[in-house]
Design a protein around this ligand. Structure first.
Ligand SMILES: [Zn+2]
Length: 625
């Protein structure tokens, strides 16, 4: 019922199917108070709401609401025809105490027709370790007991564990084994109220590491746009917001970078319909009820505008830029980025190999992005030095050889010193080497990342010399082999590009476009990101030279004939895959006997291919039939 359509960082644009319609994630579910509301839920649709959330506990304990909900359903009760999620009252139990039968409330949510119902988890926060452990055990037991009651309702099983990362992860792992449909991360509202965004990032990361990738993750109670970009980048798909109404009640306007008081504003710093039609003075002079509704509408406009921006950032490959820009709004968000920086090895698994937009430096966290971590790692592990001496030069513009064509003829491995560290000359066009923009001077933290990589590369490199003879002639071949090695792994360059070679270059840019070997089109070098697109002939060469599981996606026999004809590979037909594959890597699709079926580009990593039942795993380019 959930599939990934687009992705960036660990964030994804997904489609979540419910009985009352499909939700495009990430999105926010406005909280609807079942008893009273300033804004009619149907009006929220116009503001951008695709689904809403309401509290089944309040409905359950209020006889009038309970009766209507049971007779007419929760959609009629709150007046919203689209997908409705219900919460169970865990937070109310935590805040105000009280008793509630954990299974009765799940059955009640099912009976009132909730599309997504939530277990009554035990909310632990700032509890001592022993208590947090007990409460996780209790939450898990309730999750298991709730599954048989869910009926057609999607069941949300909440991850708890307080601020103990290992407990969160353990709870998430155990929930992976429960037949849940989505997973809220609970117990974080007080953390957000205290603006402990570093703790929040650590909790989300810990939970995500344990959860199966094919179930949507809901960050419970996160309703301020300030945290949306970061939480989405860490893999949260759903949010809910009571904040829009609470802040409106308080006379406060939410903005993407924080909150302001209407009382203190001379002008409205917003372009939403409410702020465009009124002045601050006019809003202040409204009747309280009217003002509350106007501010609530503004708050929802801002909330959904930020979500649209985030979804565009995912589509355009600039989510990390947005996260870093937004983090400048609050020092505590910068602390969260420091936590994210420590998670780059985990995040790298989800990061697409290439993007359509240049990588923009936005500050000291930019060089810690997973993509750069991967670039450095792939160069260290995969780049083969072609000469027995190394020459280090300073970058003076890109591509490197446009300014210094003589570098390409040197009989030495040329390493070009730039903001990303020492980059082998042959990789000058490869994403993100050519497609990145840095300021003239780098901050200290970024310099340390670049220097540390450069030192490690130099340790592997042949001896550094001051000058080298300039009579080498095979730069084009060295270049395509080096890119292939770094893109596909050691040995790929030689396997792909040998025999009778023909390079077809662009007549306008002079760059290599197509590579033919022994009369067959083996690969094309993409103009946008300087990476190879594999043709079937190239796939055959790599398949013969690289042992399984390298670059492989193994197909279920049922799908083989279709993929051989060029149909794409759906996740449910993937039996296994190379654990080293990352989204947007070129892959060899094989049958279970390792016969080559097709070449294509993967959309998911191995863990995702094996977990998802829906959606495309590999976009097939050329089948073998
Ligand atoms: Zn506004």
């Amino acid at each position: 019922m959930f599939e990934i359509r687009e992705r960036d960082a660990a964030g994804r644009i997904g489609r979540l199917e419910t009985a009352h319609g499909t939700i495009t994630t990430p999105t926010v579910l406005p909280v609807v108070n079942p008893g009273h509301q300033d804004l009619a839920p149907v009006d929220m649709t116009r503001l951008g709401a695709q689904a809403v959330i309401t509290n089944s506990y309040i409905i359950h304990r209020t006889p009038r609401l309970r009766r209507t909900a049971l007779e007419e359903g929760v959609h009629r009760l709150i007046g919203f025809p689209g997908p409705v999620m219900t919460d169970s009252g865990s937070f109310q139990m935590y805040e105000y105490g009280g008793r509630l039968d954990p299974l009765e409330i799940v059955a009640f949510q099912r009976d009132i027709g909730s599309d997504m119902g939530t277990i009554l988890d035990v909310f632990s926060l700032d509890a001592d370790r022993a208590r947090a452990e007990r409460e996780v055990a209790q939450t898990l037991e309730r999750a298991r007991d709730s599954v048989p009651l869910k009926g057609d309702m999607l069941l949300a099983c909440t991850v708890q564990g307080g601020t103990y990362a290992d407990l969160r992860r353990r709870c998430a792992r155990a929930l992976a084994g429960v037949e849940a449909d989505l997973h809220p991360i609970g117990g974080v509202v007080p953390i957000m109220e205290q603006q402990r965004y570093g703790d929040l990032a650590a909790i989300v990361a810990a939970a995500k590491k344990g959860l199966p990738p094919h179930r949507p993750v809901h960050l419970f109670g996160a309703g301020h746009p300030l945290v949306f970009p970061l939480a989405v980048a860490l893999g949260c798909d759903l949010f809910d917001s009571a904040a829009y109404a609470k802040y409106a009640q308080d006379g406060r306007l939410m903005l993407p970078e924080g909150t302001v008081r209407l009382a203190e504003l001379e002008e409205l710093p917003c372009a939403c319909p409410v702020c465009s039609l009124h002045t601050a003075e006019e809003l202040r002079e409204m009747e309280p009820e009217e003002r509350r509704a106007a501010l609530a509408r503004h708050n929802l406009h801002v909330t959904f505008a930020e979500m649209r921006r985030i979804r565009e950032a995912i589509r355009g490959g600039w989510l990390w830029e947005l996260v870093e820009q937004r983090a400048r709004s609050h020092p505590r968000l910068l602390e969260a980025l420091a936590v994210v920086q420590g998670e780059k090895r985990w995040l790298e698994q989800y990061e697409p190999v290439s993007k359509t937009r240049a990588l923009l430096y936005t500050g000291r966290f930019s060089l810690h992005r997973p993509l750069i971590h991967r670039l450095h790692r792939r160069i260290l592990e995969r780049y083969a030095f072609s000469f027995d001496r190394t020459l280090v030069v300073d970058e003076e513009g890109k591509p490197f050889t446009r300014r210094h064509p003589e570098w390409a003829r040197l009989r030495a491995t040329v390493l070009v010193r730039g903001p990303l560290g020492l980059i082998p000359l042959e990789l000058e066009d490869m994403y993100p080497v050519a497609q990145s923009v840095f300021p003239e001077t780098l901050d200290g933290s970024s310099r340390r990342v670049a220097d540390s990589f450069s030192r490690r590369l130099l340790r592997r490199a042949p001896p550094v010399v001051e000058e080298a003879p300039g009579d080498a002639e095979d730069f084009d071949l060295r270049k395509i082999r080096a890119v292939a090695d770094v893109q596909f792994g050691p040995g790929a360059g030689e396997a792909l590009f040998s025999g009778e070679m023909e390079l077809v270059k662009s007549s306008t840019t002079g760059k290599i476009r197509n590579v033919y070997c022994d009369g067959r089109h083996v690969a094309s070098l993409r103009a946008g990101d300087g990476l190879f697109t594999l043709k079937l002939a190239g796939g055959q060469r790599l398949h013969a030279a690289l042992p399984p599981p390298r670059l492989r996606v193994v197909l279920h026999p049922d799908a083989v004939p279709f993929v051989a004809e060029g149909k794409s590979v759906f996740a449910k037909f993937v039996v296994d895959a190379d654990p080293g594959l990352r989204p947007c890597d070129e892959v060899l699709v094989v049958d279970q006997q390792d016969g080559l079926v097709a070449v294509g580009q993967c959309r998911l990593n191995r863990q995702e291919m094996l977990a998802f039942d829906r959606g495309m795993a590999v976009k097939t380019r050329e089948g073998s039939a």
